[in-house]
Ligand binder design. Structure first.
Ligand code: NAI
Ligand SMILES: CCCCCC(=O)/C=C/C=C\C=C\C=C\[C@@H](O)[C@@H](O)CCCC(=O)O
Length: 258
């Protein structure tokens, strides 16, 4: 899909990976609605981006992905402003093993909520133009992190949901490709004060730091470039793309039918 003139929504857009995703979509000609629960950071980023790309290219909408009502309103506003929705990036996520139910609600249920509500705007079966949905999971969704079992569960859930929905979409004729990004460690706020985010597993923080040393830390722009590949390559559906210091790699899942 060529991005010029396309309408995109990014959740968790105010900082980190979401901000980098927003910027790469803008650089390639899309209009972007930035959804985030952090109003101050979101509005200040929008002001910055307006100066760079023009006021008609971005829209900040205060939105908590835990709320179906807020997502619905944000999608409606995006569709009215940009004339539809072509791309959805379900990216908002947290790392907090103490408030584990909130972690499930944002990281996994937020992706499902966003996807189902977006179908109403994007699916060709409900008058939409079709398009692409990219979910942000993690390498933890492919290989488990013992330091954060619930975070791992949410990311495995996002990988499974994406792959199942991708096949469902193709079989149903929604006209929507759905893929999942699986980054390794990325330099963002989420990686700060890791020990305090691990809750009852904070005593295992050394294990996390050893793994970080082994795998390395990448930049948000490395993740954004992978997103661009998954959005623009029309052959990709149901793919999980890992990205870490060694490079990028599509996951080869076992097949039970061949
Ligand atoms: N930083 C890392 O090492 C990795 C991050 N990821 C995933 O990437 C995604 C983005 O993470 P980062 O950019 O690292 O984190 P970050 O903490 O830098 O940014 C997250 C953004 O999401 C927003 N957000 C949080 N809860 C929200 C909610 N309920 N509704 C709407 N917005 C909300 C925050 O306000 C913030 O702007 C997450 O899903 C995370 O799990 C995946 C692999 C590695
Ligand atoms: C510590 C929390 C980080 C949260 C951010 C995130 O999602 C980062 C994920 C990065 C890499 C995940 C790699 C998973 C690897 C596993 O497959 C396994 O190799 C780990 C083995 C455990 C160990 O400590 O050796």
């Amino acid at each position: 899909m060529a991005l010029n003139g396309k309408s995109a929504v990014v959740t968790g857009a105010a900082m980190g990976i979401g901000r980098a995703i927003t910027e790469i979509l803008l650089q390639n000609g899309a209009q972007v609605a930035l959804l985030d629960v952090n109003k101050t950071a979101g509005e200040s980023l929008m002001e910055e981006l307006n100066k760079q790309y023009g006021a008609d290219r971005t829209l900040f909408l205060s939105c908590n992905v835990e709320s179906e009502e807020q997502i619905k309103a944000a999608f409606q506003k995006t569709a009215e402003t940009f004339g539809g929705i072509d791309i959805l990036c379900n990216n908002a996520g947290i790392l907090n093993e103490s408030t584990w139910e909130k972690t499930v609600s944002i990281n996994l249920m937020g992706v499902i909520r966003g996807t189902y509500l977006a179908l109403e705007h994007m699916s060709k079966l409900s008058g939409g133009r079709g398009g692409v949905i990219i979910n942000t999971a993690s390498m933890a969704g492919i290989g488990p992190l013992p330091t954060c079992p619930v975070y791992t569960a949410t990311k495995s859930g996002v990988v499974g949901f994406t792959r199942a929905m991708a096949t469902a979409s193709a079989a149903s004729g929604y006209g929507i490709r759905i893929n999942v990004l699986c980054p390794g460690f990325v330099q963002t706020d989420l990686m700060s004060n890791i020990t305090t985010r691990l809750g009852q597993f904070s005593h295992l923080a050394d294990l996390a730091h050893q793994l970080i040393d082994k795998i390395g830390i990448i930049k948000v722009s490395d993740v954004a470039e992978c997103l661009l590949e998954l959005v623009t390559d029309d052959t990709k559906n149901g793919e999980a793309l890992m990205v870490f210091e060694k490079g990028r790699q599509y996951v080869n899942f076992p097949s039970f039918t061949q």
